[in-house]
Design a protein around this ligand. Structure first.
Ligand SMILES: *Cc1c(COP(=O)(O)O)cnc(C)c1O
Length: 383
């Protein structure tokens, strides 16, 4: 096996799910987002582990993602959070994947397929746009669209959901916006009920709301990033402590590799493309077989990323290449060829930083760091 790998600690995932479950009232359902290959962690194994630990449903973005779970014999409800193309709808219905819908044309396409496939009554969830500005019907049109769903006769309203735009921020204006989104959502639910239609499962909460706002859980929460062990932005471990809702999360992924060569460098010798770094003194450079083709992005070097070898941090020098990068280990480090180098992950694996730290130094979020680890990097699952 290649030295560069992503170790996936399924027990940490299960523990995170249990920690989330502990924050929910009994009876509240949990739909865990496993889209984008479980944020890069491996969707099938993570979905299985999440289900074992108490997830009631799973959320995907695309039909293929849902089908992969069905082909792995996962029978839990699967919610598809993004829209698919018309030609994908037969596969979606065949695999009993629940779409989010919000307009008549898309509703009619699903209704026609449900009838054709003899899968009536087929459940769909109504997506509301309460302020995210992505998919969803506006609250004032919710009742009309709910009627459009049930009047097809072949579809039923299985639930209603909306997505938050700024719930991971503690800025007062953002907290207010989230409260406004919640009230808009409840208006839509009430309007649907007043039209004589059962709203089904009402869901509002992403990770941030799941941890910080139990008053907004409703019937089901839809956490993603917290299952993989990262706190959503301002909703940090210390903030959660301060509101007496501590949730202990542990990173699930460790990204690691091995030193594949150690090269003595003389003062004045340069490293890599563009010759952006030159040795100021004699030093040793360790070459690692990981690069941006693995998701170890060029911009990490600009942010001053370091990697851990034997529990010590060493800086990446020069530009990160597609398949390799170079690390300054100085003279007499004691590091030997084939020693393990840890990019990010758990302390137990020898990491000195998490994907969150890498995100911060490169101006992004943990979501992007783990989901951009490319398919070339084998996921190695452990318990
Ligand atoms: C991705 C996604 C989630 C999960 O978001 P997290 O911030 O990872 O908890 C929930 N709902 C929808 C609609 C999403 O697209």
């Amino acid at each position: 096996m290649r030295a560069t790998k992503a170790v996936i600690h399924l027990q940490n995932l299960r523990d995170n799910i249990s920690a989330i479950r502990a924050e929910l009232a009994p009876g509240t359902k949990m739909c865990v987002a496993v889209k984008a290959d479980a944020y890069g962690h491996g969707a099938v194994r993570c979905a299985q582990a999440a289900a074992e630990a108490g997830a009631d449903a799973l959320a995907v973005a695309t039909p293929e993602e849902g089908i992969a779970l069905r082909e792995a014999s996962i029978t839990k409800p699967i919610l598809m959070l993004s829209l698919c193309a018309p030609e994908e709808i037969p596969d979606v219905v065949h695999h009993n994947i629940t779409p989010l819908v919000f307009d008549e044309e898309y509703i009619a396409l699903f209704a026609a397929e449900a009838e054709k496939a003899e899968r009536t009554p087929y459940p769909v969830h109504l997506a509301l746009d309460t302020g995210m500005g992505r998919i969803g019907v506006l609250p004032e049109d919710a009742a009309r669209m709910a009627k459009a769903i049930v009047s097809t006769k072949s579809l039923v309203l299985g639930g209603m959901g909306t997505h938050c735009a700024v719930s991971d921020s503690l800025a007062p204006e953002n907290q207010e916006f989230t409260a406004w989104q919640f009230s808009r959502f409840m208006q839509a639910v009430n309007a649907v009920q007043q039209a004589g239609i059962q709203p089904g499962i009402r869901h509002f909460a992403n990770s941030a709301v799941t941890l910080a706002r139990p008053d907004m859980h409703l019937d089901m929460v839809r956490p993603g990033i917290i299952a993989y062990g990262y706190y959503p932005d301002d909703i940090s471990a210390s903030y959660l402590h301060s509101i007496a809702r501590p949730a202990e999360l542990r990173p699930v992924m460790t990204l690691e590799t091995e030193v594949c060569a150690i090269r003595p460098f003389k003062k004045g010798q340069s490293v890599g493309y563009g010759r952006t770094w030159t040795a100021a003194a004699d030093t040793d450079i360790a070459v690692l077989p990981i690069g941006y083709g693995d998701g170890f992005l060029r911009r990490f070097a600009a942010g001053g990323i370091q990697v851990a070898i034997h529990g010590k941090a060493y800086p990446v020098r020069g530009r990160i290449c597609m398949d390799q990068c170079m690390v300054d280990i100085g003279k007499n480090s004691g590091i030997r060829r084939w020693d393990k180098a840890v990019i990010f992950g758990t302390k137990e694996d020898g990491a000195l930083q998490s994907a969150d730290d890498v995100a911060r130094l490169s101006g992004t979020i943990s979501y992007e760091i783990t989901s951009c680890i490319s398919p070339r990097v084998e996921r190695v699952f452990t318990d």
